[in-house]
Design a protein around this ligand. Structure first.
Ligand SMILES: Nc1nc2c(ncn2[C@@H]2O[C@H](COP(=O)(O)OP(=O)(O)OP(=O)(O)O)[C@@H](O)[C@H]2O)c(=O)[nH]1
Length: 404
């Protein structure tokens, strides 16, 4: 007797194998979505306001739970009622994930796209249930908006995500999801319902069910990882910056100085030097006394912006508190540092001719060419020069003595 050919054996095996029971899988997926939705809503409060979109993901999962329950009602209620609602909710849930991602990356939310996708899904469902009942056509139809939504999410992550492990993980999950939806649509188109109907046994059906059940929870974990990465960066930046002006604080300045000195040490043979400017506003107390503390704050913010505008991208500006600013100028000798100091004074004069209360600045300059000197001695020399500028009448620039 001839044994059956491999394709026919595989086909029979595929037809016989039921890897998973669809009802249990849908129920498990619903439970996982419900838990993840609660986790996301709970975690949202712990994130800074700048990390947006988390509640959209929480809501998206809640909608997926509803969708799963509708699917589970198949058999108890007519398909004509259950399937359109379940499928539209499924598309809506995925669309909310996309909107969450758009918010996360600071983009406009695509309400129109979401409405269009839901309307498209509803129209197709009704048509292929009532006018021309066709399971495979429904699968193909649904694959279109779902591929569009998930494909758009993938594009957003690739375009806006930082190249970090969390982004790769999240992006990979979205691409698996997108590919699976698209493959199912293509299989429905080319092979008909036998291969894609999840109520029938089969290897692809089981595989599809398993991944589809896990995906919402996995995607939410991926999104949370990306959100935690964003929060880490925000907190790191906050801990290194002055809350009033947004420029570096002492900690951020110290770290930038350490990086620059390490770089200088590596390039020792090229005899590099760096310069430090201590910029102190003159008689600032009078501005506070005359115009009030809020106006004093506005002056400090404007001066920080003005000094930033006078600097190169590689220069570092900091405020340690009070009305004094520190400026680190990498690869700068005394002559060029004095030039920058004069530019800052000129820009301040210009700003005061505009809408800022009249104020001037005294500046102390110190240059470091020995990487071993350290920040404290350098700051003492710049401070001593600043003190001389104040002593000699203010609105002046003084250079510090060279390091011993
Ligand atoms: N508005 C505002 N004022 C501040 C801030 N930090 C410090 N000050 C004020 O800055 C003023 C500094 O006064 P002084 O140390 O006497 O210095 P000054 O009036 O600028 O005089 P000289 O530096 O000697 O020219 C004080 O009135 C502080 O209250 C701040 O964050 N905002």
């Amino acid at each position: 007797m001839r044994s059956a050919s491999w394709p026919s054996r595989a086909r029979r095996c595929n037809a016989d194998v039921r890897l998973l029971d669809p009802f249990s899988v849908v129920l498990m997926a619903a439970l996982m979505c419900a838990v993840m939705s609660a986790v996301l809503f709970g975690a949202r409060r712990g994130f800074p306001a700048e990390v947006r979109g988390i509640s959209h993901w929480g809501a998206a999962l809640a909608v997926q739970v509803l969708s799963a329950f509708c699917f589970a009602l198949r058999g108890s209620l007519p398909d004509l009622l259950v399937l359109p609602i379940a499928n539209v909710l499924f598309v809506f849930g995925n669309g909310l994930c996309l909107m969450g991602l758009q918010r996360f990356y600071g983009l406009a939310r695509g309400w129109l796209m979401l409405g269009g996708a839901c309307g498209f899904a509803l129209a197709g469902m009704l048509y292929f249930l009532i006018v021309s009942p066709d399971y495979a056509a429904r699968v193909v139809w649904m694959a279109l908006p779902m591929t569009l939504i998930n494909g758009t999410m993938l594009l957003l992550v690739l375009r806006h995500g930082r190249r970090k492990l969390a982004t790769w993980f999240f992006g990979s999950l979205i691409s698996i999801n997108t590919s699976l939806i698209a493959i199912r649509g293509i299989l429905a188109l080319t092979h008909g319902p036998a291969v894609v109907d999840v109520t029938r046994p089969g290897v692809f059906q089981g595989f599809y069910l398993a991944i589809t059940a896990l995906q919402p929870a996995l995607l939410s974990v991926g999104f949370l990882m990306v959100a935690y990465e964003r929060m880490r960066i925000i907190l790191e930046r906050r801990s290194a910056s002055d809350p009033l002006t947004g420029v570096f604080n002492r900690r951020g300045f110290g770290e930038a100085y350490a990086r620059e000195v390490a770089r200088m040490a590596r390039m020792r043979q090229r005899s590099r030097s760096l310069a430090l400017l201590c910029v102190d506003l003159d008689y600032f107390k009078r501005i506070n006394d005359r115009y009030g503390h809020a106006e004093g704050d506005r002056v400090l913010v404007s001066v920080a912006q003005m000094i930033s505008a006078a600097l190169r991208e590689t220069d570092v500006l900091a405020r340690f508190g009070g009305e004094e600013f520190s400026v680190l100028l990498p690869e700068t000798d005394l002559k060029r540092a004095l030039g920058v100091a004069h530019r800052i004074q000129a820009m301040l004069r210009e700003a005061c001719a505009g809408d800022l209360p009249s104020c001037t600045a005294s500046i102390g300059v110190a240059v470091q060419s020995d990487p071993a000197e350290g920040l404290e001695p350098l700051m003492s020399r710049a401070d001593a020069a600043l003190y001389r500028a104040k002593e000699n009448g203010r609105d002046r620039i003084e250079a510090g003595r060279a390091a011993a």
